[in-house]
Write a protein that binds this ligand. Structure first.
Ligand SMILES: [Zn+2]
Length: 166
């Protein structure tokens, strides 16, 4: 007797882990300033990447994509074959630098391999970002910790000095 090895599709709950890596003693208020959702425009998106997955991937390079703007994603069907930009709400992470452009590898269907594509990222609002505290809400220059502790440690190389050649 031939036994069919088909017990039906087993649904394995492969829940992707989106757990934050923050330490458990992070203050709640600080946590809120760690992430800020902003509208982000993605310019020069190649048509091959102009899908929900592709745009999410690009947006994930600058933060955590939350919402893709349907209006702009539909523009990919434009007869011009390209769109001005795609728009998405991306949750910015204060621990990351704000990138003005991201590079993605687009599969090259005709010749194989990948094409590197540079996508310009425009933030409709750039929240003030402190590199000292790694939070949003105030800039590095107006950081409260900066006032308390005078910068007597001169371990920063003054690169700007070299640029004053004219
Ligand atoms: Zn600060």
């Amino acid at each position: 007797m031939e036994q069919v090895m088909q017990d039906g599709p087993w649904l394995i709950r492969n829940n992707p882990l989106f757990l934050k890596q923050w330490s458990t003693n992070t203050e709640l208020k600080k946590e809120e300033l760690k992430k800020i959702p902003v509208w982000v425009k993605m310019h020069d998106v190649p048509l091959a990447a102009y899908t929900e997955d592709g745009l999410s991937l690009i947006a994930s390079k600058v933060g955590t994509p939350k919402i893709l703007d349907n209006e702009t994603t539909k523009m990919s069907l434009d007869s011009w074959g390209r769109s001005g930009y795609a728009r998405a709400i991306v949750e910015l992470d204060a621990d990351k630098e704000l990138e003005d452009s991201v590079t993605v590898a687009i599969p090259n269907v005709e010749e194989g391999g990948y094409l590197k594509s540079n996508i310009r990222v425009e933030y409709e609002w750039k929240p003030p970002h402190c590199k000292t505290c790694n939070v949003f809400g105030h800039g590095t220059d107006e950081c409260p910790t900066k006032v308390k502790e005078p910068a007597d440690k001169r371990d920063h190389v003054k690169e700007s000095v070299d640029d004053q050649g004219f």
